[in-house]
Design a protein around this ligand. Sequence first.
Ligand code: DC
Length: 223
Amino acid sequence: MQIAIDGPSGAGKSSVAKAVAAKLGIVYVDTGALYRTVGYYVRERGVKKEDTAGIVACLPHIAIEVRYENGAQHVYLNGEDLGDRIRQPEISMYASAVSAVPAVRAFLLDTQRDIAKKNHVIMDGRDIGTVILPNADVKIFLTASCEARALRRTRELAEKGIKADYADVLREMNERDHNDSHRAVAPAVAAPDAAVLDNSDLTPEQTVEAVLGLIRRKVGNVL
Ligand code: DC
């Protein structure tokens, strides 16, 4: 089983995907963490976000491994688990920048497809339904208003102990969404066969129910 959940940042993709994965007993794959890991490395090397050649030159020095430990995804960069260090707002901007580089997308393609080949998955990202798993059983494009998303992201960061101001989060989110949905390669758009779900006015629980409803409609009563 392959379930693709795409959409802009802060739409709640990861929370809903985690809950659905737990209900269905399948693996949750957070593909944004892979781009964040590349972004982290690029930043550590002192390469600028705009330096495409510098980003590409980093790739041969990056080994990424995804492991599942007690049901949670861990991404290892050259043998080291970076944990929440990849969640910093600065790394979000780097992730968005490196994700627009075609060589980075190609570099991460097999890692994503391999996980989906070996497991039943619910995978969240920007291009899962359009590029990574074009034959996914269920495709959902989860979205919400910019304000609702920025508010949620600010709270989420606060819960992780990362200080962030709502106005900064909103501005950076708009910038990142623009980059992600206007880039030439694999832009963050809904696949033609995706169900679009706007959860601006839904609670997390209602979003999970709505997503489970879409899954049931597509693949029958899986619960
Ligand atoms: O989902 P996220 O916020 O952790 O993703 C970080 C960045 O990575 C996001 O701004 C765009 C990029 N990304 C992507 O281009 N394709 C994916 N499948 C997942 C993330």
